[in-house]
Design a protein around this ligand. Sequence first.
Ligand code: MOS
Length: 730
Amino acid sequence: MKFEQASPPNPIDQERVVTRPYTRIEGPLKVTGQATYAYEYQLPEAPTYGFVLGSQIAHGRVTRIDTRAAEAAPGVLLVLTHENMPTQAKSDTPVPQQTEASPQLSGPEIRHYHQAVAFVVAETFEQARAAAHLIEIEYDRMPGQFTLADTTEQGKEPKDAVDSVVGDFEPAFKKSAVRVDLTYITPDQSQAPMEPHATIAHWDGDQLTVHTAHQVVHWVRRGLALTLNLPQKDVRVVAAYIGGGFGTKLLFFSDAVLSAAAARLLGRPVKTTLQRPLIFNNTSHRAATIQRVRLGADEDGVLHAVGHDTWTGNLPGGDSEPAGEQTKYLYGGEHRLIRTRQSELDLPPGASMRAPGEAVGMLAIEGAMDELAEQLGLDPVELRLRNDVQFDPEKGPKRPFSSRRLAAALRTGAKAFGWDDRPRAPRERQDGEWYVGYGVASAFRTNLVQPSGATVRLNPGGTLTVETQMTDIGTGSYTVLAQVAAEMLGLDVPQVEVKLGDSDFPKASGSGGSWGANSSSAGVYAACDELRRTLAQQAGYSPASAVFRGGKVWEGADCTDLSDLAGKSGVEATARITFGDLTKQFMQAGFGAHFVEVGVNAHTGEIRVRRALSVVAAGRILNPVTARSQCLGGMTMGIGSALMEALHVDHELGLFVNHDLGEYHVPVHADIPDLDVIFLDELDDQSSPLRAKGVGELGISGVGAAVANAVYNASGVRVRDFPITLDRVL
Ligand code: MOS
């Protein structure tokens, strides 16, 4: 099915099951420990245990590696290094890949700290770990560039973030009546998912099966096949449950490649989890940014010059952190200059982390908007309303937004939050020893869609089974897909069984870029549409007028039980949805507004978020429970990015020193007050037959700026170097 434009009414518009607040259908399995994560599969054959040893230098080469003591240690079955690693494909970049070859132990060169230098396989995990520390390694250490601020001069335009040059920015900025010119710094951040990267690999002849923690099944299947020189048909990937991804599980790492290679050599299953301390430097992270925002407005607060320059770094061949992207679309203004510059660093690889670009770009642009509002003496909500625009500001009215309810989100949020009652100036309101402040920011995240397929099968007895490669990284995919299928076939949610995360199922969008729920639902919609046609015809009805309700298909007053149509062998349909160039014709994005109240301790500078509200317009909300959870998670992560999260770079040795969850600070329960989410009614005809949009990354984008703006409103201190730890406020 090729999606052109939603032409209502379609069965989804009944909203009998879709849009209803179902709790996660797999929830009981998870809370009773029965949901099987990658590391937990029990195979018929006893597994062996892999242990990845990481490099102790960031840049240079291994000059000598002696594995004899390790090989002789109790229980050890195999030690792999670059000297005996089986043949793999080559790669042009040291950055792990999504869908291309990503070799491990491919040579003596070291490109980043904790790059895998050896892999030990033993009968037990403890034996593998003990043996790994018996390996003797000598390095030739080379100097490296680990400091972004020292490399901004050499930055190049990256391929994933092209310059936006509209009008003539510099003179327009110079002659603007009111200007801000501000520089923001955001640190390296880690996705740090609760479930570590983990893989069990086993071979049956030439057939490789990997149980692995990954967000997109067909990506890792292709990438692993290319790495190990295998035909894709010989690789099966199973990822039924995933304990968080946040982008790092869009790529595959040493656990997957080395387990697969070792399992083949040993003829036994190999299971490997990256130890927590290795995850921060061995896998991916969000790269630090330096951002300069220049805004020029007239006395009424109407923007005429919008400038956002950003600098990031990565290993050669890596993507940028495109922190200027949202600035292309968020507000009007006829003179625009938005550029990203990327330099080469010798730190671990940078890659996607929840809302790549926006999550940290919004800290800058929405902080600058707050400072501009202050200069203008204007309510920051009003400033944003004055610069709202219903079309892509780069392309003009010929490219409208498919839907954009920014203004409604700001107004609704202001009312619900009590914005009118805000302190008008810093240190105006005190509660005991706490200064109280309010902050606001817009929310924005580009809406992406991906082709997606599914098989749906009407089983004997009248229940339905859905099979798709789609994954559930904790987001609620199982539940949402059950709802969509139930709606389409006139069933109830308990009558639908959903099977996910297996490469034997039809190729699907997977979970990334907030496209998961909308795209994979659209694939299930397409398969159900096909099945409806088949079943209506079987019943002797016209597919156009058949209605599915209550386990029956109806034509007028006439009806047939689905269980009769299923017969003894069932009826199935497989289909795939593709999206044409609607995203070119229409700019698609989710919008919203974040409101935050903080307290800043007058004596210690301690910052406490007291309450927060997000208003979200993201098309049809398929399930308000799971969507709300995505927003709550986004808000929590947004608060973390404002106040806590930072990988600390050792600028001499080139590593992230706080590489565990004890030292890498994320919010805990005590840091998070009651959060509130309001969803605005919206249907997006251009996004999919579901008329939904992504929500998972919209939830984080802008939250941190609202926190920072509230900290200023409370304390009178502007911190533009994140995170805002208490030493920066005092
Ligand atoms: Mo997301 S950063 O595309 O998982």
